[in-house]
Ligand binder design. Structure first.
Ligand SMILES: [Zn+2]
Length: 423
């Protein structure tokens, strides 16, 4: 509700829902906190909502309350750490975050928790979570993630399983978990500028997330297994996508994320503009009181050619950094869980105002150093999109004798033999 209220306020300028959210948050603030109720939410999400209320209102109490909930989780001082079916490790409430070093429990809860903690760290300067978040991220990306960006292999607790245990047919990989992973990785990128986080974001966006919704946009997957016999009712009692569920978190979460996608395409730092996603759009980017206007035209991910036109009349000095996706840098993801069988980098062509440029990729970006950009300037980048074979780490038993084919950011897992049936 807090996130909806902020989105509604940003889109309309109206305070009607925002005031309801603030009234609610004020009540939570009266009830919870040091010297008051020291409990934590059973399903983390209020933390990222409170951070958005802080960003919108500037009221520090909402950020303080978010930090309280992050710090209080797994903290035996003030609330009982109960281990049980819906407690303890299941909801990451077994140890203080700073002492955690692996991804455990319910994967949606986990992703929101890490997102909230990253927000709090970025805004308060708190460094106590940094090492834990780095270790947990590596634990997931090096051992517990599907090629699709799906996380949370085990249906029983909708969460993380042991290292390298990534069965295809029973993969739970809830749509909400893919979304939570995207939210977290975007925040980790903003905090660090490291491209590896946007690689995970893009892979999850086009695979583990997008599989959750039909092309028509009206039916959904809750779990997103990588394999089906066409008969099993793996999707909450249904074989194939469903229009609704008893607990319909995933459909509404898709509705939350898709309209917010423009917010993930660009980032700025000083006068640097990071172009992180290639999707047709027109945008205005504020840089030191001047507005850089850009337009992207592309059929990505169907085609690797991207045209970026500068629209502003007034010349603006800026460094433009074009992300070279992991799949175009021979890196499926950070770590050695997956690798391309061929070692040849897909070709990349770049031109600025019709003039071919040498392509130099540093830290995952092609950098067009400080230049004056004005109307009619044009950048064209073209990524070759060959079909590539991907294999996984030998310890992933479910993938022995199997490979996946990828083209651009899209991956498809192949079985040795398939007998297609219709759900
Ligand atoms: Zn869900």
């Amino acid at each position: 509700m807090y996130e909806a209220a902020v989105a509604h306020f940003q889109a309309t300028g109206e305070r009607s829902l925002l005031d309801v959210a603030l009234k609610n948050a004020d009540l939570i603030d009266q009830v919870f906190g040091p010297g008051k109720n020291m409990g934590v939410p059973g399903h983390q999400e209020i933390e990222i909502g409170l951070v958005k209320l802080y960003r919108t209102t500037g009221e520090i109490k909402y950020l303080d309350l978010a930090k309280f909930f992050v710090d209080q989780r797994g903290n035996g001082e003030g609330h009982n750490l109960v281990d049980g079916e819906y407690a303890g490790k299941y909801q990451q409430d077994h140890l203080p975050l700073a002492q955690q070093d692996e991804a455990v429990g319910h994967s949606v809860r986990a992703g929101y928790f890490y997102s909230g903690a990253t927000d709090v760290a970025a805004l308060t300067g708190e460094t106590a979570y940094d090492e834990a978040l780095d270790k947990i991220w590596e634990d997931i990306i090096h051992q517990k993630i599907y090629l699709t960006g799906g996380i949370g292999a085990e249906p029983k607790h909708e969460g993380f399983g042991p290292d390298y245990e990534l069965p295809n047919a029973t993969a739970y990989t809830e749509t909400c978990a893919a979304i939570a992973l995207m939210l977290w990785n975007h925040r980790m990128f903003l905090k660090s500028g490291n491209v590896k986080y946007m690689d995970v974001f893009e892979r999850t966006l086009y695979n583990g997330f997008l599989s959750g919704v039909s092309f028509e946009g009206n039916t959904f997957f809750y779990p997103n297994p990588l394999e089906t016999d066409g008969v099993g009712k793996f999707n909450q009692g249904v074989c194939g996508r469903s229009a609704w569920f008893d607990c319909s978190c995933c459909p509404v979460n898709v509705v939350r994320i898709l309209p917010s996608l423009p917010g993930y395409m660009y980032a700025t730092k000083g006068n640097e503009v990071y172009v992180n996603l290639y999707i047709s759009n027109t945008t205005e980017i504020l840089l030191k009181n001047k507005t850089l206007q850009l337009s992207q035209k592309t059929d990505y991910p169907w085609d690797g050619k991207v045209e970026i036109d500068v629209l502003n009349n007034e010349p603006i000095d800026a460094t433009i950094k074009l992300r070279v996706p992991g799949w175009a840098r021979n890196e499926v993801m950070d770590g050695d869980l997956y690798r391309y069988m061929d070692k040849e980098n897909p070709a990349i062509q770049l031109s600025v105002n019709g003039e071919s440029k040498n392509v130099s990729v540093e830290d995952g970006y092609i950098t067009l150093q400080n230049q004056s950009w004005k109307q009619n300037d044009k950048i064209v980048i073209a990524f070759e999109m060959p079909i590539r074979k991907v294999i996984s780490h030998e310890l992933v038993a479910a993938n022995i004798g199997k490979m996946a084919l990828e083209r651009g950011p899209w991956s498809t897992v192949l079985k040795k033999s398939t007998t297609p049936k219709v759900c």
